[in-house]
Design a protein around this ligand. Structure first.
Ligand code: NAG
Length: 331
């Protein structure tokens, strides 16, 4: 049990965030824990396990109470991943960096991510407080209900559990904003890669929806002053988009926790998005998110998506450039 708990894959946004805060306050730019600059010292390695090279069939489980507008923002982000016709720099361009990762056979991460099914768990099947393990039971429920269950797609299914802002999840806000892992046959029947991301909007937007909200103790101005506006209108959802992107990048390159990660300890790995938390554009570091764009209303974004949508998504580690990278990089 202990080892199970230790091997969850977490987004340690809090940690890098505390680092960001202290840096901002002391003007200390030397100890940046992000790798925006090129680094040959970083020991990102392939550990011989499988990666997601087949077209991904994505299934969403909407857990709790969801607003249709928020759902369509998230769906549009997911559609944007495989939409090559959106103007650059796009979410599609962003995914091309993840495609640079290969497995033992030389196969790249897939280009194709399709939203193939959605399940609405509006009755909070496992309550309003979920443990990490009970998220697997939420998935089990979604594939075994009588009325319109999700398919059990063990070939190329990827399950994404999204919890509404009134749902508490173990370690949410305190240590994590999302995580990815794989299901256990004893709970779900098979081993399936999955990810969970929570809406932090009412619980901890300053932690999980940065930079759309400031953390409580950051010494930053309160109210809306100097907070970056959310391009789709809701900080909690906007924060989820970047965390969803983070988890999709990592679950694709490290689905069974034995493929791409840095560090020698598989139970506490640095995966390809962990290395770039808080980096959204060129020059990021020291409390600065990097150079991003502003829309007409002054809201921040760095990527274009389908239907004229704009999103702010963190960068990921580029194995060829050996640095964090995103398509909005200024050469
Ligand atoms: C596949 O990965 C290799 C190695 O990173 C890269 O050179 C190649 O461009 C990638 N192919 C695609 C289609 O991204």
């Amino acid at each position: 049990m202990q080892s199970i708990i230790h091997s969850w894959h977490l987004v340690f946004i809090c940690f890098s965030f505390l680092a960001t805060i202290s840096k901002a306050q002391t003007n200390e730019f030397t100890e940046s824990k992000n790798y925006e600059g090129s680094s040959d010292l970083l020991n990102l390695q392939y550990h011989m396990g499988p990666i997601l090279t087949s077209p991904i069939n994505l299934y969403i489980i909407w857990y709790g109470h969801w607003n249709p507008t928020h759902k369509s923002t998230i769906r549009d982000f997911l559609y944007s991943l495989s939409s090559s016709s959106t103007p650059s720099p796009s979410v599609y361009n962003w995914w091309q960096t993840i495609r640079l990762y290969t497995d033992q056979t030389g196969s790249n991460i897939t280009e194709s991510i399709s939203l193939m099914g959605e399940f609405i768990d509006w009755e909070y099947s496992h309550g309003k407080y979920l443990t990490r393990l009970s998220i697997q039971s939420v998935i089990k429920n979604s594939i075994s209900v009588r009325y319109k269950p999700l398919p059990l797609n063990y070939k190329n299914g990827l399950y994404l559990v999204l919890t509404s802002n009134d749902v508490q999840v173990q370690d949410f806000c305190r240590a994590v904003c999302g995580f990815h892992y794989f299901t256990f046959p004893s709970v779900v029947g098979v081993t399936l890669p999955y990810a969970w991301v929570g809406n932090s909007g009412t619980q901890c937007p300053g932690v999980c929806a940065y930079p759309f909200a400031w953390p409580k103790y950051s010494g930053m101005p309160s109210g809306n002053k100097d907070i970056m506006g959310a391009p789709n209108g809701d900080p909690g959802i906007e924060g989820m988009i970047s965390v969803i992107a983070h988890e999709l990048a990592e679950v694709s390159t490290n689905p069974l926790v034995n493929a791409w990660y840095a560090g020698n300890d598989p139970s506490a790995p640095d995966e390809i998005a962990d290395l770039c938390v808080g980096v959204f554009g060129t020059g990021a570091g020291g409390g600065f998110v990097g150079q991003v764009y502003k829309d007409k209303k002054g809201n921040g974004y760095n990527l274009n998506g389908v239907r004229g949508r704009r999103f702010l998504v963190q960068w990921v580690w580029d194995p060829v450039r050996k640095s964090c990278f995103g398509p909005n990089a200024i050469p």
